[in-house]
Design a binder for this molecule. Structure first.
Ligand code: NAD
Length: 362
């Protein structure tokens, strides 16, 4: 947490807790130089203030990287799903938080929250604020349903590492990984391995995406008949063209980076690669497309969702996909070419692009 107390932020950290539900929550508003703080709310049994602060900083760079006028923020709710009513915990969080910071933060979705949860947030807020990510029937842009983040991960990759005929390994078949898998295949790649928190599956001739994605999230890999079933984590070491971590942070450290057998890494998840790992991969000639460039499809859709709240017109999903494709492809190309001309890692190039925009606003 304290390593993040620097020139950029955080501007505000608000902790709330509720003894009735056992909920503990935190909101970190990192930097609002370019606009009000917006970032998803993560709900998980294990979550720290430091983790939420790191994610809020990623949001600062993500909004600036995609050149949209919001600031970096993130919220986290720690709760025990075995003993706590999730809806009650979420309502307590929203109520306590909106008493502390009326309308300074817009709640959106992150890991552990669904469109139904966004509807609960909106119901709890009523006129005191806004949630984005609500179902279409409630006037929202259902960006999880549209798979916008995963769509953008594959689009950004294709712009700098054309996917036709390539092989891709995906870690994490949740909201991001599933949509990415679908788009990788549409763009001509084959997905040869995938994992969920339960295990991994590998078929060198390509997994059957329709069958793989037909089964629900966490049962997807064990329920998939065919291919070779592998122990968790081993999928990342399979020889392939692209590795796409789309589950957790901190999964590729320097030692794993030295052993990866691929030509390109795209960060679908937030912060899956350590700084040391990025350097090891750069020295091996393997570019890593940074999270806040590759997975910014969700924020582009969230910006549409913010506009939709103020307008009677629903945005056309085709327009959302087209904007994501155009913006993320251009950004990926800018970052990869800036990194090769400056001799830096793509992360350093992306960070300096985002920093310069935030600094100008500050
Ligand atoms: P999710 O909860 O829908 O899916 C996570 C997936 O990861 C699940 O399928 C789970 O089984 C899998 N998983 C968990 N542990 C694993 C392990 N050890 N090995 C392999 N798989 C494992 O979450 P999501 O919304 O897809 O988010 C995934 C990541 O992408 C997170 O880092 C999140 O912050 C980031 N992200 C999400 C969005 C979004 O729009 N949902 C946007 C930007 C970034």
């Amino acid at each position: 947490m304290f390593e993040l107390m620097d020139e950029w932020g955080p501007e505000k950290v608000v902790c709330v807790s509720d003894s009735r539900t056992g909920m503990r929550g935190v909101l970190v508003i990192d930097n609002t130089a370019r606009g009000m703080g917006k970032g998803g709310t993560r709900m998980s049994p294990s979550l720290s203030v430091a983790e939420v602060a790191r994610l809020a900083r990623v949001m600062t760079w993500k909004w600036a990287g995609v050149d949209l006028f919001f600031g970096g923020a993130k919220a986290g709710i720690r709760f025990d799903p075995a003993s706590v009513d999730k809806e009650a915990a979420l309502r307590a969080f929203v109520r306590l938080l909106s008493n502390e910071i009326p309308s300074e933060y817009v709640v959106g979705l992150d890991m552990g929250l669904t469109e139904r949860d966004a509807a609960i947030v909106q119901d709890e807020l009523r006129s005191r604020g806004a949630a984005v990510g609500t179902p279409a029937e409630l006037g929202g842009v259902p960006y999880d349903q549209l798979g916008v983040t995963g769509f953008g991960v594959a689009e950004a990759t294709d712009a700098v590492f054309p996917l036709a005929g390539r092989r891709v390994v995906i870690q994490g078949l949740g909201a991001v990984g599933r949509a990415a898998a679908r788009r990788f295949v549409e763009l001509g790649a084959s997905v040869i391995a995938a994992s969920t928190s339960l295990g991994a599956v590998h078929d060198p001739s390509g997994l059957d995406i329709d069958r793989l994605l037909a089964v629900p999230d966490d049962s997807a890999v064990p329920a998939y008949a065919g291919g070779e079933h592998l122990p968790l984590g081993s999928e990342l070491l399979i020889p392939t063209d692209v590795v796409a971590p789309c589950a957790l942070q901190d999964v590729i450290d320097a030692s794993l980076a030295a052993r990866l057998s691929c030509s390109f890494v795209v960060e679908g998840a937030n912060m899956p690669t350590s700084v040391e790992a990025q350097q090891v991969l750069a020295a091996r000639g393997i570019p890593v497309l940074p999270d806040f460039i590759a997975n910014a499809g969700g924020v582009v859709a969230a910006a549409y969702a913010m506009d939709a709240r103020l307008s009677p017109f629903r945005p056309d999903p085709a327009a959302i996909y087209a904007t994501i494709s155009t913006k993320l492809r251009a950004n990926a190309q800018t970052v990869i070419s800036a990194s090769s001309s400056a001799g830096t890692t793509p992360h350093q190039a992306a960070r300096s692009l985002a920093e310069s925009r935030v600094r100008t606003a500050m």
